[in-house]
Unconditional design. Sequence first.
Length: 278
Amino acid sequence: MISVILFGENKKSLEKQTLKDIEIISVGAEDISARNKALKEVKGEYVTFVSAKDELAPDYLEYLTKGMVGAHLSVCGYNIEEDGKCLYETPESVPRMMSGEDMQCRLFYQYHYQGYLQNKMFRRQIIQSKHLLFDETLEENGDFLFLMQYLRYAKLVRLQPEVKYHFHPYQGLKKSTKSDAMMKISETEGYLRCLKELPKRSDAMWLGEQTAAGSALMAYEAMEIEARKKNDPELFVKSSMKKMAKKCLKLDYEIEDEEEEQLFLGLLEYSKTGKVLL
């Protein structure tokens, strides 16, 4: 049996699946605690995630299930669609097998099309025996972190090229009530958490550090903009970003231009005083 955790209520795409032995658990798209409850209760041998607003090929579940033979994670190709137009499609052309560690590296090198939950199938035994859950405190990069943690225990990953999942990410998109600065701070925290999951010898460690440090500079830039608007240099003095800034400043980041250098110096001052430069 396959356990499908459905983000939403519309089961139309699932009703068309060629594979019928499935268990469907509907949760709110933003309800992380409901996801975690579902992960503890699923009964299927395999687990997959589907968004109700997206479209699936009729053999989506069957295709992923075949990919699980001898593997701990099965991945299929997907595209991103808006108003009937394809904005992006995964470039894979041949099937391949790789280690979980190599897949972790791949997530940093090709995050745009591999860091999602929905085009993948997981083993329930790994999720439940390792007590893997979504971090309910993260507003950004929570899915990415879950995937990175799962890959610590996935020895073999099968990548399959055929496009079986069709994302509609902008359909009914819920706008966050948090400021841009707060969302970027959460994103930075997510990247720092993901770095902890990478093997120290990993080829992706350097790029992961670039990603986390670059995210910190973007967060600081958003903080500057918000602090200027409110004319309050101490606006983020109690933010968790102050502690994260100190960690990011220690990463081996290559500054690209004068603008980034100014942001770096501002982040450095903020890490010491908690004040944003106006």
